[in-house]
Write a protein that binds this ligand. Structure first.
Ligand code: FEO
Length: 411
């Protein structure tokens, strides 16, 4: 049994909640689960927008039965081919074999690659329209938000945008579906974690997509994950968040991410954090990289403008957990950060040099000379930690812009 959820006239939510999966993309923890959103527009013609993960096909088809109320489906608009949204496709076509698939030229290629589907595909181009009767769909190509085939679909009459992964969040839809039926505060942090880990590499394509959306009026955002955004203040907030994150802008605050085998490097991290706090920085997040899952570290690094990384030397390299973070940030092309770094070693140090190479590659602004600690925290190193902490605090509390490749003299 299922009571249809009508978002606006003729537009129904037919998505599902996943509270079982541990790791999204087999990588990212889902402590609050995730929803796979699908939408049905019931007009003279019936259009379904995206499907759901294959594991939830049964629930999905049952919901469709109820909402269709005996009608069939004319079109499946495929905004995104990733299997969390296309997984139910073959089962859907088995039940409704006459559905015409609507997508970009890259979608057509992926339909063959993933599902051996080569017929009854309508390839649409930028700005093309498709009338359903009272609703007119207009298609915007938004490649790399989050795959190359992705597009967004806009309904002109209801000012509704089906945004694919954009403006999505982790977290299931518990009871309600729209932001007016839920407490949106539950989702903001998960939106940052979702964006930074899943879409975060594609800042420039996200900016292009936002410029396209700036030309249309939006009253409802239907993403593929998380709440449907209908309230003006929330629509402004989610678009603002995406705009900010895709420009790699961030709030005043400091992330100190470190590895430490026996606690010596950690003591250095504590000293730096303590001095930054004493100098007035309130938003300080410390991550022991052996314990914090990388997705939360990346989330905080996207949230705050300053970053300090510390690493022991391990097998003449960075500590493995630190190497994972550094590689992830390189891969995401993270930009515009104040940066500091420190290392610890017992007999031969290379971690500081390697972190310096990383800073150069990322074109971060280095706020102070790095600290290299041999064996344990002594007075001279402690004083350097005070200097790094206070220099970083000055930077964070100033309104300066990040100057790439600049190294500030320590004071
Ligand atoms: Fe939710 Fe990129 O798939």
């Amino acid at each position: 049994m299922y009571k249809p959820v009508e978002i606006n006239k003729g537009l129904f939510y037919v998505g599902v909640n996943d509270r079982s999966k541990e790791l999204f993309e087999n990588l990212w923890p889902l402590p609050k689960g995730v929803s796979y959103n699908s939408y049905l527009i019931r007009d003279e013609k019936v259009a379904l927008v995206d499907t759901v993960d294959i594991a939830y096909t049964d629930v999905f088809l049952k919901k469709l039965d109820v909402v269709l109320d005996g009608r069939s489906i004319d079109y499946l608009v495929i905004n995104h081919m990733e299997p969390d949204h296309s997984g139910a496709l073959l089962f859907l076509l088995n039940k409704y074999p006459n559905i015409q698939l609507v997508g970009s030229v890259r979608t057509a290629d992926m339909l063959e690659g993933f599902y051996n589907i080569t017929s009854n595909i309508k390839v649409v181009k930028e700005g093309e329209e498709l009338s359903l009767g009272k609703n007119t769909l207009k298609f915007f190509m938004t490649p790399m938000v989050h795959w190359p085939e992705t597009m967004m679909t806009y309904v002109k009459e209801t000012k509704t945008v089906f945004a694919g992964d954009a403006f999505g969040t982790f977290g299931t839809l518990d009871g309600g579906v729209t932001d007016s039926q839920l407490n949106p505060d539950v989702y903001w942090d998960e939106m940052v974690r979702y964006y930074s880990n899943i879409v975060g590499k594609y800042g420039s394509p996200v900016q292009k997509a936002l410029r396209k959306l700036a030309d249309v009026e939006i009253e409802t955002i239907c993403p593929t994950h998380g709440p449907v955004w209908t309230e003006k203040e929330n629509i402004e907030k989610v678009i603002g968040l995406y705009d900010k994150m895709s420009k790699y802008e961030a709030d005043k605050g400091l992330v100190i991410a470190y590895g430490s085998m026996y606690g010596n490097t950690e003591q250095l991290a504590e000293a730096i954090a303590s001095e930054a706090a004493a100098c007035g920085v309130k938003n300080i997040v410390m991550h022991n990289l052996s314990k914090s899952h990388l997705s939360y570290v990346i989330q905080d690094i996207y949230k705050y403008k300053a970053l300090i990384i510390g690493s022991p030397t391990y097998d003449s390299k960075l500590y493995p957990a630190v190497q994972s973070l550094v590689s992830a940030l390189e891969n995401k092309n993270l930009k515009n950060r104040y940066f500091g770094y420190f290392g610890g070693h017992s007999w031969a140090g290379t971690s500081v040099r390697l972190l310096g190479d990383f800073a150069d590659k990322m074109q971060f602004e280095i706020v102070c000379n790095p600290i290299d600690m041999k064996q344990s925290l002594k007075e001279d190193v402690y004083q350097k930690a005070m200097t790094l902490g206070s220099n970083m605090a000055k930077k964070i509390l100033s309104d300066d812009e990040v100057v790439p490749n600049k190294t500030t003299d320590c004071q």
